[in-house]
Design a protein around this ligand. Structure first.
Ligand SMILES: *Cc1c(COP(=O)(O)O)cnc(C)c1O
Length: 224
């Protein structure tokens, strides 16, 4: 096996089967994605719509694509017909468009609510109070084109592992609150997507169900 195939196999062997690995393939060419695909892996994550669309056409149709980067409302219609999960639903406005486009496509789109947990101004996501406020208004209950599956968050990019752990713990507790307040009877609302190459072990200790891993699978030559 080549590097990427060996890497993903080792990672998956080292973690519980209940945690889903999304192989983050942004900036990587289809030939490298195929190396991972050929190990039997099917979940891949991309952060740019244009790049996702061009790769998708060159790769097998049974790949489960996760959109993990900020999504502009005018691009929603291009991905809704095939996307497996939108992990980066970060505003009410975006959710409304995903809902409408999904209904137009005759689909129900699996979405995670991206929550801003990092101590960085640049990361997207709902602020916790903003999200509970919006959910309290009840609009989400009428969004028949969306399957609310849980939350996604990114920790601060820092060497301070205590801070990272604290942020993941905060997200897990916030997930519990949302589950209890709004999604108690919704079986699908069970995912906590947190953890990347540098912090996925901490994230799993704090309860993640999905980890999004790029550079330690593919290498980080052209990471963005
Ligand atoms: C790039 C990216 C990842 C993967 O990061 P690595 O450090 O390469 O594992 C995970 N999540 C999001 C949202 C990303 O943009």
């Amino acid at each position: 096996m080549n590097g990427a195939a060996t890497n993903i196999t080792k990672i998956k062997d080292s973690i519980p089967g209940s945690v889903r690995v999304v192989a983050v393939s942004k900036t990587k060419p289809p030939v490298e994605i195929m190396q991972v695909y050929n190990t039997g892996h099917r979940s891949f994550g991309e952060n740019r719509v244009q790049e996702l669309l061009s790769k998708k056409d060159q790769l097998p149709s049974d790949i489960e694509w996760h959109l993990i980067g900020h999504l502009q409302t005018n691009k929603v219609k291009y991905i809704v017909p095939f996307i497996s999960m939108i992990e980066s639903a970060d505003s009410a406005k975006l959710l409304r468009v995903i809902n409408t486009e999904s209904i137009n496509s005759g689909r129900v789109t699996d979405c995670l609510l991206q929550v801003h947990i990092a101590d960085e101004a640049t990361k997207f996501g709902f602020l916790p109070d903003e999200l509970t406020g919006w959910l309290s208004e009840g609009e989400y209950l009428s969004m028949k084109g969306i399957n609310f599956c849980g939350v996604m968050g990114m920790a601060t990019f820092t060497e301070n592992t205590d801070q990272v752990r604290h942020e993941f713990r905060t997200l897990k507790l916030f997930f519990n609150t949302l589950k209890e307040m709004f999604f108690a009877d919704k079986e699908a609302f069970r995912e906590i997507s947190m953890g990347m190459s540098g912090d996925y072990k901490i994230a799993m200790e704090e309860g993640s169900t999905i980890v999004r891993i790029g550079s330690i699978i593919f290498g980080n030559k052209t990471k963005n």
